[in-house]
Design a protein around this ligand. Structure first.
Ligand SMILES: Nc1ncnc2c1ncn2[C@@H]1O[C@H](COP(=O)(O)OP(=O)(O)OP(=O)(O)O)[C@@H](O)[C@H]1O
Ligand SMILES: [Mg+2]
Length: 222
């Protein structure tokens, strides 16, 4: 997938400024950058939830986004996960086994009858990931998937992410240790600009831009 000259403005802010980057079909790409740098906006555009003002995406792929705060319908976990599959025209029997399989993938076996809204934040996040995975998107977009989770849930979510070797996973995060653990490539945004992008090792060991080095060193607070 190639992102070409992508720009997006809101009323008083340029959220993305001429973003150019090529992203491999597989792997785990971490989107990093300070608050307001454009991470969520870029993912929303890749997911097709938002249109850019300018620019294009070449070789666009099917994408499903999981939001920072998982969106749950006030009904059973089963129905929450089954919904998308029903829309896709799957049969009930097929849906039933898919939901079971999905819940197993995220370590929530037997949760079918629970009320999704009443689950803990971490459990809701995992249900949302199961729901997204069962749609079998070529790109799974995860917006700060572990930022509200405790250590154990974050660890489980990271393990799920690691198993997704047949697709592209793009995740935004403020956790640089997580980037180190998971990412095959890193995209660093700041003020809507792409400062630097490349393989994770290169970005961490020998970033070209001083801004990138500063950010990754964790010293870029002020
Ligand atoms: N719907 C919107 N309307 C107006 N401004 C928006 C909208 N969405 C995003 N913005 C602005 O665009 C800029 C980029 O926002 P975005 O949410 O993409 O940043 P982010 O990198 O995801 O930040 P964070 O780390 O806080 O999640 C910010 O200045 C934000 O205020
Ligand atoms: Mg965001």
């Amino acid at each position: 997938m190639k992102i070409i000259d992508l720009s997006k403005s809101y009323v008083s802010v340029k959220a993305l400024k001429e973003i150019n980057v090529e992203i491999e079909d597989r792997g785990i790409v971490a989107l990093v950058g300070p608050n307001g740098s454009g991470k969520t906006t870029l993912m929303r555009i890749i997911a097709g939830l938002e249109k850019p003002d300018e620019g294009s995406i070449k070789g666009r792929k099917s994408a499903t986004m999981v939001f920072q705060k998982a969106v749950m319908f006030s009904t059973s976990v089963y129905k929450n996960i089954a919904y998308g599959l029903k829309i896709k025209g799957k049969e009930d029997r097929e849906i039933k086994s898919a939901v079971k399989e999905g819940l197993k993938m995220v370590g929530l076996e037997g949760f079918e009858k629970r009320n999704a809204k009443k689950l803990s934040g971490g459990e809701q996040q995992r249900v949302a990931i199961a729901r997204a995975l069962l749609l079998e998107p070529e790109i799974l977009l995860l917006d700060e998937p572990t930022s509200n989770l405790d250590y154990e849930n974050a660890r489980i979510v990271e393990e799920i992410i690691k198993t997704q070797t047949s697709r592209l996973v793009m995740l935004s995060t403020h956790n640089l240790f997580q980037v180190r653990r998971l990412a095959s490539a890193v995209i660093f945004l700041k003020n809507g600009k792409l400062i630097e992008a490349g393989p994770a090792d290169e970005i961490f060991e020998r970033a070209k831009m001083e801004e990138t080095r500063l950010f990754l060193s964790g010293k870029d607070y002020f």
